[in-house]
Design a protein around this ligand. Structure first.
Ligand code: GLP
Length: 237
């Protein structure tokens, strides 16, 4: 893992975006897996600035979300779909034929996970996976547990995830999430992990030990041969 300590949140976005651009230069039709939440927003902002300079830059890029809250309609303020439209597919002009969202309102969740597994089979592997670190060490909705599930699945959310800022305004708090699995993440050619935000000090210290354990799903990234990790020093204090 290539670790880089950053002096600000802004810097995590700048360095993360330049790492991203390096990959895209050689692979303009890359499949990108996109986390939501606050950690990667600065990176996406930088990509939007790059696109403004060169409107053709992302005209072949493909996007698959990392996760989604079950039950939130895609127009809901807190949904990953809304976030992705606002920060990624909108500003980067990703057309609908190059975007593969989850359907969070379907009653057939198992069918939905196998549909996404098929999408990944057809479109994958993921070229760049952009991740944030959850307060409890989760990746997407791969929550700390005795065992992890390798591929796309429905996850029971941890209390920490249910308190995430994205769903703080939801009247009916999601209890489950749709997520790519840990093996899908580890099959990515390049991983960019952004670490920032309050209340993560202990988790970041455990992550840096490093010791691989299902109790800290992000620790599995130490097994990946091409992961870049940008840590905002403030998250350690
Ligand atoms: C959320 C999302 C993840 C996100 C993580 C960290 O629950 N499901 O995709 O990466 O938690 O969020 P943040 O960057 O806001 O701390």
């Amino acid at each position: 893992m290539r670790l880089r300590y950053c002096d600000s949140y802004e810097e995590t976005g700048v360095l993360g975006a330049s790492c991203f651009m390096e990959v895209i230069r050689n692979r303009p039709n890359a499949l990108v897996c996109t986390a939501t939440g606050s950690s990667p927003t600065g990176l996406y902002r930088r990509l939007a600035m790059e696109r403004d300079k060169d409107p053709r830059l992302f005209s072949n890029l493909r996007v698959i979300p990392l996760d989604e809250w079950v039950g939130l309609p895609s127009g809901d303020e807190g949904s990953c779909g809304t976030y992705i439209r606002r920060h990624i597919t909108g500003p980067l002009h990703i057309t609908s034929n190059r975007y593969f969202p989850f359907d969070p309102t379907t009653s057939a969740l198992e069918t939905e996970t196998s549909r996404i597994r098929d999408v990944l089979q057809a479109q994958g592997p993921i070229d760049i996976c952009i991740l944030g670190l959850g307060k409890n060490g989760h990746l997407g909705f791969n929550e700390p547990d005795e065992a992890l599930i390798p591929h796309c699945h429905v996850a029971q959310l941890s209390p920490a995830s249910m308190k995430h800022a994205m769903v703080s305004g939801a009247l009916d708090k999601p209890r489950r999430g749709l997520t790519l699995g840990i093996a899908d993440i580890l099959a990515s050619k390049t991983i960019i992990l952004l670490i920032s935000g309050e209340g993560k000090q202990e988790t970041v210290k455990r992550f840096l030990q490093p010791e691989i354990t299902t109790r800290l799903p992000a620790s599995f990234l130490w097994l990946h041969p091409n992961t870049y990790c940008f840590i905002d020093r403030a998250s350690l204090r």
